[in-house]
Design a binder for this molecule. Structure first.
Ligand code: AQP
Length: 492
């Protein structure tokens, strides 16, 4: 197979890559995609069908399945069945190994395939995988693009979604350990991941357009510097996909006032003495928009810190309420929350959750001197008066931070042991924490500096991501509008 494909691609002057596969790799799509450390959305499967008009080839994404009704309607045919092994052999094809190139029969490519920039093929092959660009695939084949698949639930179940409020250059160790790192780990494991910069949510507190724009761009710099690959994770700006707001308006009708009234974002403000007259409706409605943000993509999980559990629970309740009225439209997403100290990283005051608004943070991208001050000023064990007193390690902020940033686990264990025995002072623990922080984020800090003048690049990343996200969002809103009876051009 490789020779024929190689010739076609070389003749067409198209970039591609043949990837040697380990001999013991199981011959199935999920195993291949795991080997590539990529998601099922980047797998391509091509099948041969028999119709009354003759044989056709159909390419779909790995996380979708062909909807025969849609395909029959699209092709204007009545009969559709998968070709038998004999028929495939008659066409000179090997069952399970149909390349999306060099076919003598018409090729139809599902439109979800072109949401991605590249794809992997050859997942039925034992020796080689093929990676190439989607645009090139269409160019080489003169394939016809159509809309004839639906998402496979077992893969959307693995889809995750995370929102990040843009609030300046203040990403802290709490955000990192509770949300960013778990999000990146999931992407690394091949889970399809959506990340959005929640600019509409930011309006509850930021009402200055220049500041808001700066916060959004900073967020892109932070995420890219920390290693997000926007080719793999779908990274976009909430307002870039209008369906977030559209869905929120519909969902608001399925949520009781009483439940919204109990949400902590609103209650915390009241508790801090702000009068109801001064709290804007954006803050009150925050959980409704957040439910829409989540349900729009029908994810299986939402990786967040413990402080967001209540809001994910609210989204689950909203989904249940909508499903009760209209049938199983929304899967119920799970909150994916880290265990123990990382679910709610304590602040440098040793008391409350690390929060930018409380100022009890150890940030990631501030100047060295600022970070040194944050660390040196952190609480440790308040009952320990002298370096020779045995100290408490559990729940001690500086050791929690060591666990987050210090990859030299032997050093951490040694410090903890000596601390318990009263053989090390706070200053030494903090000095080594500062050094570990600088080591851990050296590359990210360097990269962020490099990115800083590249505002256009940041905007382009968000724009490209929004295009991809919109394709999923549009499907959900069409489905929802139809089911609740809002019929218009969108869904007719
Ligand atoms: N201390 C924390 N420990 C674990 N996870 C945390 N998160 C925030 N603080 C901690 C998680 O980080 C993600 C993004 O947070 P965000 O900035 O969008 O929202 P936030 O919770 O409002 O963060 P702050 O710093 O606490 O902001 P302020 O002070 O403005 O309210 C979320 O998943 C969050 O759970």
């Amino acid at each position: 197979m490789e020779d024929r494909i190689e010739k076609i691609l070389k003749d067409a002057n198209v970039p591609f890559e043949f990837i040697p596969l380990p001999e013991d790799l199981p011959v199935d799509v999920p195993s291949h995609m795991k080997f590539y450390r990529d998601t099922m959305q980047h797998a391509l499967a091509t099948m041969i069908y028999k119709t009354e008009k003759g044989f056709i080839a159909v390419s779909r994404r790995g996380d979708t399945k062909v909807n025969s009704k849609k395909l029959r309607e699209f092709l204007g045919i009545k009969r559709l069945s998968l070709a038998t092994e004999e028929e495939m052999t008659g066409l000179g094809l090997t069952p399970g190994l149909v390349p999306p190139l060099g076919l003598e029969i018409p090729l139809y490519v599902d439109k979800k395939v072109i949401e991605a920039d590249y794809f992997y093929d050859g997942t039925g092959h034992k020796l080689f995988g093929l990676k190439m660009g989607v645009k090139d695939l269409l160019g080489v084949n003169k394939a016809i693009v159509g809309d004839f698949t639906t998402y496979e639930e077992r893969y959307t179940k693995k889809r995750v979604l995370s929102g990040i409020t843009p609030s300046g250059n203040t990403l802290h160790l709490g955000n990192y350990a509770g949300a960013v790192k778990p999000q990146f780990d999931l992407l690394e494991k091949g889970v399809e991941s959506f990340y959005f910069v929640a600019d509409l949510h930011a309006l509850t507190t930021i009402q200055d357009r220049n500041r808001l724009e700066m916060c959004i761009i900073n967020n892109v710099f932070d995420y890219i510097a920390l290693g997000l690959d926007p080719e793999k994770g779908i990274y976009f700006r909430q307002s870039g996909v209008a369906e977030h707001s559209m869905l929120a308006i519909v969902l608001a009708n399925y949520i009781p006032f009483g439940l919204t009234n109990r949400m902590h974002a609103f209650k915390d403000k009241l508790a801090r003495g702000v009068s109801k007259e001064k709290i804007n409706m954006g803050l009150f409605n925050y959980p409704i928009l957040m439910a829409a943000d989540i349900l729009l993509y029908k994810p299986g999980g939402v990786p967040v810190g413990e402080d967001q559990r209540q809001h994910v629970e609210f989204a689950r309740e909203t989904a249940r309420s909508f499903n009760k009225a209209h049938g199983e439209i929304f899967p119920i997403p799970d909150p994916l929350i880290e265990k123990g100290n990382m679910s709610k990283v304590v602040g440098t005051d040793g008391e409350r959750k690390m929060s930018k608004s409380l100022g009890n943070v150890v940030t990631i991208f501030d100047e060295e001197e600022v970070i040194r001050r944050q660390i040196m000023g952190s609480y440790t064990d308040p009952n320990r008066k002298h370096a020779s007193d045995p100290g408490k390690v559990d729940g001690n902020p500086v050791f929690i931070y060591h666990d987050i940033v210090n990859d030299d686990k032997a050093e951490v264990e040694d410090l903890k042991r000596r601390y318990r025995e009263g053989k090390v002072g706070d200053v030494e623990v903090k000095e080594s924490l500062f050094k570990a922080h600088m080591r851990k984020f050296a590359e990210a800090r360097r990269k962020r500096k490099e990115l800083e003048n590249n505002i256009d690049m940041a905007r382009e990343i968000l724009e490209k991501g929004a295009e991809k996200a919109r394709k999923v969002a549009e499907e959900t809103i069409k489905e929802v509008y139809k089911i609740v009876g809002i019929t218009n051009k969108l869904n007719s």
